[in-house]
Design a protein around this ligand. Structure first.
Ligand code: FAD
Ligand code: EPU
Length: 354
């Protein structure tokens, strides 16, 4: 039996828990909207959470957990406590061809991907370049280019706010679905994820389900792709389609791709024969929300300080100076027009914070 263990731990730091007041969140949300937090605390170690919630006042106030802020829209100032997750560290262990990697919630997701791809730990390569933190990855079961977090998820450790206990959640416990998990539904707001374990492999299972990957590999004359090739190609496709939040505010896809029943789909297909769709399961069809929005004439449109991205209508952007309410109102206009034309109700994927 082969058993290797290598650990990379964060630098040891002794820091008092500091609660700041009236902190601007502009640099803590990728939409770049202005909003202030009444209280703000940074969590560098899981013990910080125990220390924080020893004071009962924090049980009573409204709370917002933030990682990279790449999937939130802040509508107003936040009249409560923002808990910014900064727990760092990777641990990895190889057993036969299996690789187990554990990462702190505050690690940057793409740093984890690079850490694994560099060592030929296969499984995360299709999820390259997704913004945000490791701790948020289970919240909406992040997914891209034919892979979802649930495909590589081992377990996660989370702090229960009401009791101060740490609990481990298995894949089954998390009830992952398309852009869904138990942390967005039954357990919303009750747990803070402190670390996530991934089950990867030394044997690559190259996933080329997403047509654009194969196309780009062909353009590069790559016939036997490695996981590094896949990671690079996915990153290239993403950069060509999606705006970079460091230059133009956005939170990726603003809406989910709607999943409708086969019965609802047939009349739509008859009326709109070019409607972009994919099989979801035996009885359901997933529609491309970007196509629906583009057909309503919104692609690349600017309205005030906001609009949709020129290369991807599903992405709402802040052209500079947009407020959260402005983006939200614009998103409502899109929902209304898609519903009027197609009878399909778009759901927001981005977390709206009031
Ligand atoms: P945040 O925005 O900080 O938080 C998101 C939600 O998770 C909030 O409700 C927050 O309270 C909660 N949360 C965060 N951390 C924790 C924690 N430790 N414990 C408990 N709750 C927590 N997503 C995809 O799935 N696929 C994509 O391809 C994709 N592409 C994107 C492209 C761009 C350009 C952008 C800007 C976003 C994209 N996203 C994508 C959305 C986003 O990157 C993911 O949802 C990501 O997981 C959010 O991470 P975050 O740390 O920024 O979370
Ligand atoms: N399309 C259009 N017009 C547009 C955009 C898309 O017609 O403006 C059509 C095209 O036919 C295109 C199809 O929609 O082929 C699908 O578009 P794309 O490949 O860009 O993917 P998506 O369905 O729009 C989803 C995820 C993305 C993820 C990509 C790649 C959701 C809500 N979004 O987008 O995730 O990166 O697939 O797998 O499921 C995110 O969640 O923030 C995100 C960016």
């Amino acid at each position: 039996m082969q058993f290797n263990c290598e650990i990379r731990l964060p630098k040891f730091e002794v820091k008092m828990l500091q609660i700041e007041q009236n902190v601007s969140l502009k640099n803590f949300n990728t939409f770049g909207v202005e909003a202030n937090a009444r209280y703000f605390v940074e969590i560098n170690h899981e013990d910080d959470l125990t220390e924080l919630f020893m004071d009962p006042q924090w049980q009573q106030v409204q709370r917002l957990v933030l990682g990279g802020g790449s999937n939130v829209l802040l509508i107003n100032d936040f009249d409560g406590l923002v808990i910014r997750m900064n727990i760092r560290g990777f641990e990895h262990r190889i057993q036969h061809e299996d690789v187990f990697v554990e990462a702190g919630a505050g690690e940057v997701w793409n740093d984890l991907v690079n850490f694994c791809v560099d060592r030929n730990y296969a499984g995360l390569e299709n999820l390259s370049l997704i913004p945000g933190s490791v701790g948020a990855s289970p919240i909406q079961n992040i997914g891209a280019y034919g892979v979802e977090l649930k495909d590589v998820f081992g377990s996660c450790k989370a702090f229960e706010i009401a009791t101060g206990a740490f609990k481990t959640f298995t894949k089954e416990d998390c009830r992952f679905d398309y852009r869904e998990s138990i942390f967005k539904t039954q357990l919303k707001g009750q747990y803070i994820i402190v670390s996530v374990k991934f089950h990867l492999s030394l044997i690559p299972h190259i996933n080329l389900k997403y047509g654009a990957i194969e196309q780009e590999l062909a353009n590069r004359h790559i016939t036997a792709p490695t996981i590094k090739d896949v990671s690079q190609v996915v990153s290239h496709i993403r950069v060509s389609k999606l705006p970079d939040p460091s230059t133009i505010g956005n939170a990726g896809s603003f809406f989910k791709n709607p999943v409708i029943t086969a019965d609802e789909f047939h009349p739509l297909l008859e009326k709109f024969p070019t409607i972009v769709h994919y099989p979801a399961d035996n009885d359901h069809v997933k529609l491309a929300a970007g196509w629906l929005i583009e057909q309503c004439g919104w692609k690349g449109k600017t309205v005030g300080h906001t609009g949709t991205w020129k290369n991807q209508a599903l992405v709402l952007v802040n052209h500079g100076g947009a407020t959260g309410i402005e983006v939200y109102t614009f998103s409502s206009q899109i929902i209304d027009s898609v519903y009027t034309k197609f009878g399909v109700l778009l759901q927001r994927e981005v977390n709206i914070i009031n």
